[in-house]
Write a protein that binds this ligand. Structure first.
Ligand code: NAD
Length: 349
């Protein structure tokens, strides 16, 4: 698999997007967001998404020039329509608005509907945490349903991500960020590309039998993913759709699915100032104490807190580079008309 430095990939992705007609500032922002996801270990939500995004632009599912639209302003409650624009841009803009409302009201609830793919939701929690704020995010995926409700026989949910970020004084924030399916759908794509099996008990084939073959999530006839945590994860997936889409004006998975390559997300974010609750400014000590208490569950470095896996990947990949699976790399090469910088590669294997 070819291995590249993050600096090479930032420029490489930016050029592909520019070639697809994306404005320079947007191309740079999308490229940086995707490279950062790869640096944080989420190849599923990183650089390998570019060929699909470019297809979505050509199919008219992703509008690179769309502008975020404020559809309702109720003070601490804001509603936005992303108009199928890049989620990397609309997500950042919505969080900026929310952060400024928290400064005014102490809390902001922001709904964002009809945006193109928001990528790694943890990025939005990190943005809030950098401003000293706690955030909760409930999102649904408005593409084909791929996830079975608990005890269900037909897929009815997207991989609907859920995320909470909490700032930690003097340290990176605690960020719990995951798909409510056993694995994110794009992780099945990476496993398929790399010829790997899926982890056990994540997916079923079209007859409802457990399978570890990712083809059942990639090709017709299709199987399905299971929700994580049995009835609890399935319930959370449903809540992500109800909160993220039904009440924000977005489309739940019950709406007819568009067939194109685009990925539509809808998301509800709750952002607030932690110092306004009972612990006041002491909240930071209480958080640090609980994190340390959790860590003392064992004496070596094998226990990770939410967000630490991403920080470890980040340090490692910043230094050693980011691998791109061969199938994705071929997709990049076949993207037409792109110009390729050639002097930043770490190495190619
Ligand atoms: P995952 O299964 O890798 O879980 C990630 C979470 O678990 C993180 O909070 C991480 O810090 C924590 N974690 C990882 N290893 C750990 C360990 N050993 N001990 C303790 N905590 C640990 O994530 P996923 O479900 O594959 O989701 C991957 C990404 O996909 C997320 O960023 C999510 O937002 C994104 N996603 C996006 C969409 C979308 O439509 N935009 C849909 C689904 C998922």
């Amino acid at each position: 698999m070819p291995l590249f430095s993050h600096t090479y990939l930032r420029e490489y992705l930016r050029q592909h997007l520019r070639t697809a007609g994306v404005a320079a500032a947007t191309a740079g922002e999308v490229a940086d967001n995707l490279v950062d996801s790869s640096l944080k270990g989420h190849d599923s939500h990183g650089v390998t998404l570019i060929p699909r995004y470019i297809k979505a632009i050509h199919a008219g599912d992703l509008d690179p020039e769309a502008r975020l639209q404020l559809t309702r302003d109720a003070g601490p409650v804001l509603s936005f329509n992303g108009n199928r624009g890049f989620g990397q841009v609309t997500g950042r803009q919505v969080m900026e608005h929310a952060i400024s409302r928290v400064k005014e009201f102490g809390v902001c609830i922001a709904g964002l509907s009809h945006t193109h793919h928001l990528g790694r939701i943890g990025a939005w929690a990190e943005q809030a945490a950098a401003a000293g704020l706690i955030s909760l995010h409930f999102a649904n995926v408005g593409s084909r349903s791929t996830v079975l409700p608990f005890n269900g026989l037909r897929p009815r949910f997207g991989t609907n991500p859920f995320c909470i970020g909490i700032p930690v004084a003097g340290n990176p924030p605690v960020v719990l960020d995951f798909a409510t399916s056993m694995i994110a759908g794009n992780k099945a794509r990476i496993a398929w590309n790399e010829g790997r099996e899926l982890p056990p008990n994540c997916a079923v084939d079209n007859k409802g039998q457990f399978t570890r073959d990712p083809r059942w999530l990639m090709e017709e006839p299709l199987g399905a993913l299971l929700a994580f945590g049995a009835h609890k994860g399935s319930g959370l997936a449903l809540m992500c759709s109800l909160l993220g889409a039904a009440i924000t004006g977005g489309e739940t998975e019950s709406s007819p699915r568009p067939k194109g390559p685009g990925i539509i997300n809808n998301m509800l974010s709750v952002v607030f100032d932690p110092t306004l609750l009972g612990a006041g400014e002491d909240y930071a000590h209480a958080v640090a104490r609980m994190l340390e208490w959790t860590r003392t569950s064992r004496d070596d470095d094998q226990l990770l807190l939410p967000g630490e896996a991403e920080q470890r990947h980040y340090r490692e990949r910043l230094e050693h580079g980011i691998e791109i699976d061969d199938v994705s790399w071929k997709q990049f090469i076949s993207l037409e008309g792109a110009s390729f910088p050639s002097n930043h590669s770490v190495s190619e294997a």
